[in-house]
Design a protein around this ligand. Structure first.
Ligand SMILES: [Zn+2]
Length: 626
């Protein structure tokens, strides 16, 4: 049945092409249709014909060269270097022969593309390869290198996999007459976010995280969930409480697609790798290995913000900016040809931050909204961002004057880059050391400037000033380097993981810096109950430090500061503003991702505001949406 549908669709596409198009292969790539041609003239000039096809079939259609017509690889390299201006800074040229693709990595992708794509077209015409451009990381990073190698090496597998996904999407749609949602995790709690959306045709997971600290899983043993029946996973952003168990699912039989943005894919690898290594270091068994992480990457289909993509016969997915971390997204599901639309906000920030634009309002309809409630109580009002930023700068400057060192325990992703941009923008002159995973996370951020807010994009892409590559930032990669910085008299700032002083280099730094009054520690994120961060914040005066098998008590004399207001989550005012700005009042709002009382309180508040059905379900509840 599926085979028949596919053959029939492909025949119809072929019949709409000129007789000499010489198509050697036609196949799916996810929701797209890809044609391979042996006619070089058609490959170069067929753009208009393809555009017409797209209009007829209402599908994305791509034309590629059959590998047999592509020019010799060495020759192609020379030709590209001749055509592209030197200032583009080409860093690498690699090939994916199975896709007829040449991948050009450059410092300035815009110059490889040229005005209205002129340079790109020239490359295409002279080499008969389809050029694909990626931005070279402004900061060298091993993680990005490994990741890009992984994707390019696997093109044979990817080709088969993407075709299989496409066949499922196009397997025919009968009728969608019901839609339901099951809360598998992250309801009336923060952590292990996981939602199952079901229709007669589809089973889709929105996020699949684990609970930080306890590492608890979502409820995957419920009758509603069958890993063998799952059609797609959508990951809203890379935080472990949203993406942490994706590799586990791939190690336990899931072999379908995972949808997310490009930065989410990269950061997910970084965080999951770190998680596995940390578990090993602590002598625990991680629920999955690096094999599961690799499998997740092999099965990932990246979407840009705003790109509409069919993911099952009756669900169309669009990812929209959520303003929370790099590449973080809300998932908009258009179900059953518009029968019902669901917006899953995941974690969102409805305010412009130093790094990102506020959460997007750019979708036409959403009858059901699933919204987070981290700061869902009426008393959850964060200080103004400008005040928080000013306070951070002040503490750092004051400590420099006293010739001390500032320790900022921070999450590797988002908050660290936030601090970097705030201090750089304030004209901070002293060295800021980046310890732990912060460097790799920054390297990933520097690869995707188009995901940053407009001011930063303008600064980086038009004015050529990249705050992340400023000379004030230096990497600390080893214990030797750490000791060198410690021994030096130079006042400085150290941004180190983990953010709550539970493992990672930030703990080592605290032990070294605690005793001296001239030093400071600045907490820039929420400190969990039972963490060392919370204890220091509460005024602990002594710190037990293990040294050569003995415990020594270190007095805590350094200045302790907390800067609230840099959160990547919306506070209660921002949550209310967001729903108040929606184009249409939804039929129903479902509240999740918050402690129990925050979920119920936000549900009540939004009911008063919108006068629609609002719910704060518990984990394991199933709700019929239509
Ligand atoms: Zn998050």
């Amino acid at each position: 049945m599926v085979e028949e549908k596919t053959t029939e669709l492909f025949e119809r596409v072929k019949n709409n092409l000129p007789s000499d198009a010489n198509i050697s292969d036609i196949r799916f790539e996810g929701s797209e249709i890809v044609l391979y041609t042996k006619n070089s003239d058609f490959f170069i000039k067929g753009t208009d014909t393809i555009k017409k096809l797209v209009g007829t079939f209402k599908k994305r259609i791509i034309l590629r060269p059959d590998p047999s017509i592509c020019k010799d690889m060495e020759q192609t390299k020379k030709t590209i270097k001749k055509i592209v201006p030197k200032e583009a800074g080409i860093k690498d040229i690699t090939y994916e022969p199975e896709f007829g693709k040449v991948v050009i990595e450059a410092d300035k992708p815009g110059l490889v593309i040229g005005k209205r794509g002129e340079t790109l077209n020239k490359i295409k015409a002279e080499t008969l390869w389809l050029p694909s451009i990626t931005r070279a990381p402004a900061i060298p990073s091993e993680t990005i290198k490994i990741l890009r190698g992984l994707i390019h090496k696997d093109s044979k597998f990817r080709k088969e996999f993407l075709h299989k996904v496409g066949k499922n999407i196009h397997s025919g749609w009968k009728k969608t007459d019901w839609i339901r949602m099951t809360a598998l995790g992250g309801f009336r709690e923060v952590g292990r976010s996981c939602i199952l959306i079901q229709t007669p045709e589809s089973r889709v997971l929105l996020d699949c995280g684990l609970k930080p600290g306890s590492n608890e899983f979502p409820y995957l043993t419920v009758p509603e969930f069958d890993i063998n029946e799952l059609d797609a996973i959508v990951i809203a952003h890379a935080h472990m409480d949203h993406a942490g168990i994706a590799p586990f699912l791939f190690e336990h039989g899931y072999d379908g697609p995972l949808y997310c943005t490009y930065p989410t894919r990269d950061q997910m690898v970084l965080l999951c790798m770190d998680y596995v290594q940390l578990m090993q270091k602590e002598g625990k068994t991680a629920p999955y290995s690096t094999k599961g992480i690799k499998e997740a990457v092999r099965h990932t289909i990246c979407l840009e913000y705003g790109e509409v993509s069919d993911i099952t016969p009756d669900i169309r997915l669009t990812l929209l900016n959520s303003g929370h971390i790099l590449g973080s997204a809300m998932a908009h599901l258009h179900i059953g040809e518009g029968l019902h639309n669901v917006l899953y906000t995941s974690d969102m920030k409805f305010d412009k931050t130093a790094l990102y634009e506020p959460t997007s309002l750019n979708f036409s309809r959403a009858e059901t909204i699933i919204i987070e409630s981290t700061y869902g109580s009426s008393s959850d009002i964060l200080p103004k961002r400008s005040e928080a930023e000013a306070k951070l700068v002040q503490v750092c400057k004051d400590t420099m004057k006293k010739k001390g060192k500032v320790l900022i325990p921070s999450f590797a992703i988002e908050r660290s880059q936030d601090v970097m941009v705030i201090l750089e923008r304030a004209g901070f002159k002293n060295t800021i050391y980046l310890d732990g995973m912060v460097w790799d996370a920054t390297a990933i951020t520097s690869t995707y400037p188009e995901y940053l807010n407009r001011d930063l994009q303008k600064l980086i892409l038009q004015q050529g000033h990249n705050p992340f590559t400023s000379k004030i930032f230096k990497r600390i990669g080893s214990m030797e380097e750490r000791k060198k910085v410690l021994e030096s008299k130079e006042p400085c700032v150290i941004v180190a993981t983990s953010g709550m002083l539970v493992g990672g280099p930030s703990v080592w730094w605290l032990h070294q810096l605690a005793e001296e009054k001239k030093n400071s520690i600045v907490f820039i994120g929420w400190q969990g109950e039972g963490t060392m961060g919370r204890r220091i914040q509460r005024g602990w005066k002594e710190l037990p430090v293990e040294e050569k098998g003995r415990t020594r008590m270190v007095p805590v004399n350094l200045g302790v500061h907390t800067v609230d207001g840099l959160s990547g989550h919306s506070d209660i005012n921002q949550l209310q503003n967001y729903v108040a700005r929606l184009k249409q009042i939804p039929e129903r709002v479902i509240v999740n991702h918050g402690e129990s009382n925050k979920c119920t309180e936000l549900a009540r508040t939004l009911h008063k505001l919108l006068r629609c059905e609002t719910l704060a379900p518990k984990n394991l509840e199933t709700i019929r949406l239509k």
